[in-house]
Design a binder for this molecule. Structure first.
Ligand SMILES: Nc1ncnc2c1ncn2[C@@H]1O[C@H](COP(=O)(O)OP(=O)(O)OP(=O)(O)O)[C@@H](O)[C@H]1O
Ligand SMILES: [Mg+2]
Length: 227
């Protein structure tokens, strides 16, 4: 494998519940190759979102290392980590997380604004997701599928190396979910971005080159029990 775009090395993460400690991730190793599509399965509460937040530098491990593009994130200050994340990562969430007070165009342009880049690509991405004519609209007048397409444009507008999608189709019906997923895969492929998708759906993981599942704090190959 060429140099991984992202890697977890012996990563553990625990949370406290009252006086008890719960190890959600326990010595997880993972390499994400540049441009690959990886599906991440596992029961509710198994730590999928936790893993994604670590990969994206939103959260820090209790032990182990997280590398992005060769840089060890644990060695960076919170501020540097944020700057790094803004340039290199795109996020897509289950509930779209668009900013209601910003227009569609402003939502998509936000990642560019945060890193001080020209806002031109926002309209190009909106065109790619078929929503340029809705650029002036506010998110609340769009359908769920449309909102998620705006979120895809926002996740890719700054050409991140890694796109992290946390159940991106979980809030859409099968038809719209499938369309959003195909679009996400197409945009990522076009840009050469790696894609890590958390999903409960077999249809989603079938579009990925690799499926891993989380159970008892560890990663294993395949979609896990019942797949
Ligand atoms: N900030 C936190 N503080 C305390 N516990 C947390 C925190 N974040 C996550 N957890 C716990 O860690 C476990 C894993 O959570 P996580 O959100 O990663 O699961 P998940 O696999 O994404 O589940 P789902 O499929 O329901 O989204 C859960 O038991 C959760 O309660
Ligand atoms: Mg989750």
């Amino acid at each position: 494998m060429s140099r991984p775009i992202a890697a977890l090395e012996g990563v553990s993460r625990r949370f406290h519940e009252g006086r008890r400690e719960r190890w959600v991730l326990n010595g997880v190793d993972l390499e994400v190759a540049a441009g690959e599509r990886l599906a991440l399965a596992g029961a509710s509460g198994s730590g999928k979102s936790t893993l994604l937040n670590l990969l994206g530098g939103i959260d820090r491990p209790d032990s182990g290392r997280v590398r992005l593009d060769g840089t060890d994130l644990s060695g960076l200050s919170e501020h540097r980590r944020t700057l790094f994340r803004r340039r290199r990562i795109g996020f897509v969430y289950q509930f779209f997380n668009l900013i209601p007070t910003l227009s569609v165009r402003e939502n998509v342009a936000l990642p560019l604004e945060l890193i001080g880049q020209d806002l031109g690509p926002a309209d190009a991405l909106l065109e790619q997701v078929g929503l340029l004519e809705r650029a002036e609209a506010f998110p609340d007048v769009l359908s769920g599928g449309e909102q998620q397409r705006v979120a895809l444009a926002r996740a890719l507008v700054h050409r991140p190396a890694l796109v992290l999608a946390d159940e991106p189709t979980g809030n859409l019906d099968a038809r719209h979910g499938g369309a959003v997923l195909d679009l996400l895969a197409e945009l990522a492929r076009e840009q050469g971005a790696a894609l890590v998708i958390v999903t409960h759906s077999k249809a989603v993981s079938q579009r990925c080159e690799r499926v891993l599942s989380l159970e008892d704090g560890r990663l294993s190959r395949g979609g896990g029990a019942g797949w």
